[in-house]
Design a protein around this ligand. Sequence first.
Ligand code: NAD
Length: 281
Amino acid sequence: MAKFTSNTRPNQQQQLIAFLRDKQNLTILTGAGISAGCGIPTYRDEAGNWRRPDPIQHKDFMSQNETRQRYWFRSFSGWPAFASALPSPSHRIIAEMESLKIVKLVVTQNVDRLHQKAGSLNVVDLHGRLDEVICMSCAEFISRQAVQKTLKRLNPFLFEHGNVAPDGDADVPEDAALSMVVPCCSSCGGILKPNVVFFGDTVDKVIVQRIYQQIANGDGLLIIGSSLQVFSGYRFCRRAVQQGKPVASINPGLSRGDDIIDTLIRGNSDELLSPLAHNFY
Ligand code: NAD
């Protein structure tokens, strides 16, 4: 059983503590906002507005060499900064809550692996992971780090820019993108794709059912840093509400679930969760 002491701030903090009290089978759903403080930007702002160029579509990546050239060109530049991002206080406290048997499962829409870096063990990477690349023909996995080396060997003119965009790529002038040589699978020549779910692709039904099952068996859903604009994440919020489970959202801004979520905690997750560290007993 989780109990909390708090010498803390107002309202939002108290709402969070009240929500967490006595939880022992909690599901957590995270989105890009939890990693914003780690230097990886979100797609949407606090009002829920899209603030990026159009994202890559799965069918375009699979059907157009030009789309793959642009993707790998930008990805080469952004990868080092993305790969070296470190977990936030929020990621660490969630890992602590798992070890204390408050949290049962973390479902993340992020592809940055920061929950695992923070020590969480039971994590579903709903939209995949950017540190892996998969051959779309023979399903062989290759590390993204190895692909980085191949990209450089095939395209010596590439350079690592240092900034990072939400997909782990970077905003760089694309003049040279169409002279890119895109690597293919060394075993079968198939198309290499980052092991992530691009827009327009779907999440494996078995994974979705596993999460529904956990929500049904669990004692609540805590959503952190997600606009819930992507149905893939929103459906878990809706399912938990339909089942009468307590649902809370930590977000400084608005989300698609705000009309149905019973506990809306407005704020930055690091500021709200940090005072809880080592404060469970
Ligand atoms: P989103 O960009 O649509 O929304 C981000 C949300 O985070 C916003 O509602 C914003 O108000 C909130 N936010 C910003 N700072 C916050 C903070 N400090 N604390 C709490 N909340 C904060 O993100 P989404 O809902 O996750 O959906 C976008 C999709 O983009 C996801 O499916 C994901 O796959 C992908 N994505 C992943 C990463 C990553 O891996 N880090 C980054 C960007 C986008």
